[in-house]
Design a protein around this ligand. Structure first.
Ligand code: UD1
Ligand code: CA
Length: 460
């Protein structure tokens, strides 16, 4: 077994979120708080990694994809000290150091964990914790430093009184404990306080009273260690994470016209020389290759965009694969496992759903392609649509290479438009059009000479 284990406390109610969703499952930049906490810990290689669950336990378990994580259950939410105790069974065999934190502190950087661990070892401490100087420390336990040795902590004032209220250095709930010291302290924590809870923070005073050392490291930026208890803080924390993501992308060669209004989820990759205009939202499992131009006001979710692709204003592209030098929009909608091969153009107001468009195909104005397979070099005229739904099921349309579908044609699926064939504008096509043929179905035009004049006479 390794020398480091971790406990993440995530059993609490999260009352202040006023939510049906357990607090650790609220998201920042697409990731749950709990997954953000677990990924910040991962580089330290803790084993076991324990997550303490209680409220919404099943949902919380299911949200964690890392199979190495083990869960411990806190039946009743009696406080953070009691929650840490619930992890003991899962760590019965473990000897070494245990990092302890909460599922609502999602922005801690790996460097901070490492700084804490190295101070822990340097001091030979039983416990080392991370602190921050808060502008407004309300809601944070206050750090009472040792008067003789300011590197050490005497206790945490969870319910600060008198002058303690003025202390701006707060406990951020990021700790490292020697395993046996933690279990020993947890046995002695009592619930004789305002909330009637077992406070993990009391462990500090208990260890100090036994002659053990409690050390502390302070982070420079309090924003790194914000604890999220309500939606206002959730939004603040998300802004911090967003600016970290954007900063990294810009240093990697991405142009952001206005980073403050560019929203990129954790894990999204964007290649160099791509330009993101304001209001661009890149979500989920998305990769954008180099030299793309996206936005303004575009949503791309769970997509791959090839190099040199342009997604213009107001477009939404979801769950699709887009090749190189494709042009989409403005106001286009590409969705549900569609594929656009290289140099396809899907223009103003067009919708593509569960369809594949071959290389160089043009679909430039107000069309709908659903359940369609379109070959290369085809032309879909303005307003042409596949009638893919017969009221019961979805039917496929096949439009072969180089076919020309005239404006406002309605293709009633299932139907095939053969290679190099033409469909006349305004036709309703319910039978296959063979390769090279013309499919036309519309009333012949009549001309009534002088009709307008006769109409005027009739009125008077
Ligand atoms: C806690 C700290 C406080 C610190 C602050 C930093 C205690 C007593 N206080 O206060 O010193 O400044 O974090 O953000 O530890 N939880 C359980 N089971 C429980 C109670 C809580 O698992 O019975 C979990 C919650 O899910 C949450 C975490 O512990 O993730 C912290 O609980 P919370 O109520 O948010 O503590 P704070 O009041 O923020
Ligand atoms: Ca909290």
């Amino acid at each position: 077994m390794s020398q480091l284990a971790s406990i993440v406390l995530a059993a609490g109610l999260g009352t202040r979120m006023k939510s049906q969703i357990p607090k650790p499952l609220h998201r920042l930049c697409g990731q749950t708080m709990l997954n953000l906490v677990l990924s910040s810990l991962r580089p330290l290689g803790p084993d076991p990694q324990v997550v303490v669950v209680g409220q919404g336990a099943e949902q919380v378990r299911q949200s964690v994809s890392d199979p190495a994580v083990v869960f411990a259950v806190q039946e009743q939410q009696l406080g953070t000290g009691d929650a840490a105790k619930a992890a003991r069974g899962a760590l019965a065999e473990f000897e070494g150091d245990i990092v302890v934190t909460c599922g609502d502190i999602p922005l801690v950087r790996t460097e901070t964990w490492e700084r804490m661990l190295s101070e822990h070892h340097r001091q030979g401490a039983a416990c080392t914790l991370v602190t921050a100087a808060f502008q407004n420390p309300q809601g944070y336990g206050r750090i009472i430093r040792h008067p003789a040795d300011p590197d050490l902590v005497l206790r945490i004032a969870e319910e600060p009184r008198g002058e303690e209220v003025e202390i701006r250095e707060g406990n951020v709930s990021v700790y490292c404990f020697r395993a046996e010291a933690l279990w020993e302290a947890l046995e002695e924590i009592r619930d004789d306080n305002l909330k009637g809870e077992y406070y993990l923070t009391d462990a500090v005073e208990i260890l100090v009273s036994k002659g053990m050392k409690v050390a502390a490291v302070m982070v420079e930026e309090a924003t790194e260690v914000i604890g999220i208890n309500d939606r206002a803080t959730l939004a603040r924390a998300e802004a911090v994470l967003r600016s970290r993501i954007n900063h990294r992308l810009m240093l990697d060669g991405v142009t952001m016209v206005d980073p403050a209004t560019t929203y990129v989820d954790v894990g999204v990759e964007v290649g160099p020389d791509t330009i993101l205009y304001p209001g661009t939202i890149l979500r989920g499992e998305t990769t954008v290759a180099e030299g793309c131009v996206i936005g303004p006001h575009v949503v791309v979710e769970d997509c791959h965009l090839g190099a040199g692709t342009v997604v213009k204003a107001g477009s939404v592209v979801r769950e699709s694969v887009v090749g190189e030098r494709v042009q989409i929009g403005p106001n286009a909608h590409v969705r549900d496992h569609s594929t656009l091969e290289e140099q396809v153009r899907v223009g103003t107001g067009s919708e593509v759903c569960r369809s594949r468009l071959g290389a160089g195909t043009k679909d430039l104005h107000f069309s709908y392609l659903g359940d369609a397979t379109v070959g290369a070099g085809a032309n879909i005229g303005a307003g042409a649509i596949t009638c893919n739904y017969d009221g019961e099921k979805k039917n496929p349309t096949l439009i072969e290479d180089g076919a020309f579908v005239g404006s406002d044609a309605a293709l009633i699926a299932p139907v095939t438009i053969g290679a190099g064939s033409f469909v006349a504008a305004g036709s309703v096509i319910s039978k296959d059009v063979p390769p090279g043929a013309l499919g036309v179905s519309r009333a012949a035009q009549r001309i009534k000479e002088g009709w307008a004049e006769k109409r005027t006479k009739k009125k008077s």
